[in-house]
Write a protein that binds this ligand. Structure first.
Ligand code: 5GP
Length: 115
């Protein structure tokens, strides 16, 4: 069940601040407030989906294409096309703490391994 008061929903609405990297009609990318790599950005769709499973099962095709295009554009903007990880924690047991679908984009020679 999607909670409209989760922190990423507030960022989308402009009710909470973020350091934005990229935004378009489908997605927003912003810096992680607690980075665990030199570059640690979160990309989120504007639509209300709890996780990658919900998003890929239920988002319309244009929203899915738009989202992954935004991921690519974010990576290009960061200039890390050949050196990054993309992670989508799914479920509390896997470490998900914000239940609005998001992809972690991380780039660092000192990658943490506990994501
Ligand atoms: P998860 O654990 O759900 O995969 O990732 C959620 C991420 O959101 C965490 O890495 C956490 O640091 C980040 N985060 C939590 N609250 C905020 C916030 O208010 N602003 C930003 N920019 N990131 C947040």
């Amino acid at each position: 069940m999607y909670d409209k008061d989760n922190i990423f929903a507030k960022i989308i609405r402009g009710d909470a601040p973020s350091t934005q990297i990229y935004a378009d009609d489908y997605a927003i990318a912003f810096q992680n407030i607690a980075p665990r790599a030199k570059t640690h950005v979160l990309v989120i769709p504007r639509g209300e989906y709890t996780d990658i499973y919900d998003f890929t099962a239920n988002a319309p095709a244009d929203a899915q294409t738009g989202f992954w295009n935004a991921v690519r554009k974010t990576v290009e903007k960061l200039g890390i096309e050949n050196n990054f990880r993309a992670v989508a924690n799914t479920g509390a047991g896997a470490g998900q703490s914000v239940f609005h679908f998001h992809v972690h984009i991380m780039s660092d020679e000192r990658f943490k391994t506990d994501f």
